[in-house]
Design a protein around this ligand. Structure first.
Ligand SMILES: [Zn+2]
Length: 171
């Protein structure tokens, strides 16, 4: 998998310090997490690098290859992203003038903290958004750069606001 690239086509080298999340992608992630419960669900984050932050403007849901693969039909408590979804997401990103900026997945009945397996399989430089979900509700949403730690999520009022450079000029 290629490194995320900036709008100039150069690989991103500045680590992101904040993730700005527009309302639509957030709602879609939360809806998917609740639908898939008690299995994990996963997908791709599309957006752009803006300054030292990441703006998420759209999400793609991917097939979790572990769903249905567990013996006895148990729900999937881990995820393996369908590689075909990454290819489709790259196409979609190109069409929209965006890039893939990360991966999202759910943690049913578990905190929104990367598991050992998450850390082992992490793509360096990509943001991992984890949504914690239980039977009744979304309990937490957190963003991680797995080689650096957690970064704050800022709820942007719109996709336009999410990608506005001025909105990254935070104190
Ligand atoms: Zn996980």
């Amino acid at each position: 998998m290629a490194l995320p690239r900036t709008s100039t086509g150069e690989p991103s080298t500045v680590p992101a310090r904040v993730l700005r999340l527009a309302p639509e992608p957030r709602a879609e992630i939360e809806r998917s997490a609740r639908e898939a419960y008690p299995s994990e669900v996963c997908g791709v984050l599309l957006g752009r690098r803006v300054g030292d932050g990441i703006a998420v403007e759209e999400v793609a849901r991917a097939r979790n290859l572990r769903v249905g693969a567990a013996p006895g039909g148990e729900s999937a408590r881990s995820f393996e992203l369908d590689p075909g979804a990454l290819v489709a997401a790259e196409d979609r990103a190109r069409t929209l003038g965006l890039e893939i900026v990360g991966i999202w997945h759910s943690h049913p009945d578990a905190p929104a903290i990367p598991s050992e397996e998450d850390r082992r399989s992490a793509w360096r430089g990509w943001c991992h958004l984890i949504v914690a979900v239980d039977r009744n509700s979304i309990t937490d949403v957190r963003a991680w750069l797995l080689d650096r730690g957690e970064i704050p999520i800022v709820s942007a009022p719109s996709a336009e606001a999410a990608r506005s450079i001025s909105s990254f000029r935070l104190a």
